[in-house]
Each structure stands twice: as structure tokens, then as C-alpha cells.
Design a protein around this ligand. Sequence first.
Ligand SMILES: C[S@@+](CC[C@H](N)C(=O)[O-])C[C@H]1O[C@@H](n2cnc3c(N)ncnc32)[C@H](O)[C@@H]1O
Length: 289
Amino acid sequence: MNRADFDFVRSLVKQRSAIVLDDGKEYLADARLAPVAHQQGFASVDELVRQLRTRLSNDLSRRVVEAMATNETSFFRDGNPFEALRKHILPALIERRSAERTLRIWCAACSTGQEPYSVAMLLREHFPQLQGWRISLLASDLGIGVLDHARTGRYSQLEVNRGLPPTMLEKYFQRCATVGRAGTAEYQIDDSLRTTVDFRPINLIEPWPAMAPFDIVMLRNVLIYFDAETRKTVLRRILSLMRPDAYLLLGGSENSMHLADRMEPVQLGPFTCCRLRIPRPETRDPRSK
Ligand SMILES: C[S@@+](CC[C@H](N)C(=O)[O-])C[C@H]1O[C@@H](n2cnc3c(N)ncnc32)[C@H](O)[C@@H]1O
């Protein structure tokens, strides 16, 4: 891809998703757009970009933006956040919400669904006392393709091999009668779990639907693709949708430094999560009169 085409693609991607494509990523654009060009009947990526530059179709732009997003994910990704949920966050929230018996969880930027399904399995596996509670598990992403995949709850052998403990595979999935496109086995998550997750398209940089505040927000491995200003804006908007004692879980290389005045890190075992800063009563300097 030549420089001018790359600049066009990256400004389109930035404008529609906030994802920043660094200099020198032409090879990445070529590799990710080749399947789109093929599916859409273009002879090459160059031809696809030429078409976009001549007439900016919404559908084609969406496909290009989605193809340029990194959808890397896995079940129980990174382990520690899920241990923190199991050992600290959920027990504390269950105690604090015991009168209202509601819990609201949002996995923003959920990709193909492994993250919210991991939360659903964890709730089912370790918190039987939540039976009869109103649990809302919202999972969103900007990608229509990844959300379609997530809604099916169907995963390849490779996908289940990544992070899903064999006991959970056995307990919560059924092996499909047909094989997948790669000719390997596929597994279907139980309907009783699949239907607990509400998958919705939400672009983090566009207006969001009206939503009640959440107890837990998982915003993992997406801020890294944005510039500092966008990270701050997204965090500020997320914050406005968190209950005062809610928990925000970010990815391993992300933090809430951008809103250090309003959020503070809290160490939960080996995992650091973020909470709203609790306004502390001003302490008077005893020497002042
Ligand atoms: C690397 S995946 C992270 C998936 C999951 N949270 C995890 O940690 O395993 C990043 C996801 O962010 C989504 N994404 C990127 N920009 C977005 C935006 N502006 N709004 C919503 N989702 C976005 C991508 O489509 C992609 O599925």
C-alpha cells in the first residue's frame, strides 16, 4: 500500500474508531484488508482503497474499520482479573448489594465474547447465592462481525484451547455435530449461559445508549489503541456510568493515570483495579490557626 492510501485508511480508522495506526503499519493494513477486498469483489487492496477514496460508502468503511481493529482475546484472559473478581470484587459487591439483589456488569470492547462468557461461567460456578438476583451482563463492541460471532457462542478448538479450563469446557459446552471451517471441532456454549449475555454494538467514541450505572466495568485491552486524549475522554464517560463503589478493570498495560484526580488504583492480590476516589475530609494542619 502506498503512503497516500495508508494515510487515507488510517485517518478513516481514527475518525470512526479512535484506533491509531502508527507510521510503518502499511504491511498490517495490506494484510488485514486483503480478505475484505477479496470478499467485496475487488481485485486488490489498492482497488478497494481507490473505491473508498472515490466514494465513501458507509458499509465498506465499516468493514475496513472492523478489519483494522485487533480482536485478540481469550477465555479468562490474563487470569488475575478473574481471580480478583472471584476472591475480592464479587464477594464484596454481593455483601453490599444484598438488600437490592442486583448486579450490573459491562464488558465494553468484548470482541468475540470470550470475556463476558468467562464472567458468566465464573458467576455460575462460584456464586450460587446469586440465584434469584437480577444480574445484567452487557457486552459491547464496535465490530458487527465480532458481535455476530459472540452471539452464536460457538468456538473453534483453537479458541477453547486458549484459557478455558477442561472442566469448564466439559461442564458448559457441547461439542458440535459439524466441524468448523478449518476442519477441526467446534464447541457450543450452553444456552442457559449464552442467553445471560446481552451483546450490543456500542462504539466507545460515539454517543452511547441510555444505561443505568454499573457495579463492574471491564474495559480491557482497548484503550491502548487510542491516543491519550481519547483515553481520557472514554475513561471520563465510563466513570459517569459507574456507581460510587464500582470497580473498573483495565488491561495489563493500561491504567487510569489519565484521570488520576478522580480514580485510584486498588491492589487486589496480584491484580490492580481502579475505583473512584473517595473524597477524604480535609485534614487541617494543626500548626495553622
Ligand atoms: C484486543 S480486543 C480486547 C477484547 C477483550 N476486552 C480482551 O481483553 O480480551 C479490542 C476490541 O476493542 C474493540 N474496539 C476498538 N475500538 C473500539 C471503539 N471505538 N469502540 C468499541 N470497541 C472498540 C475492537 O473491535 C476489539 O474487539
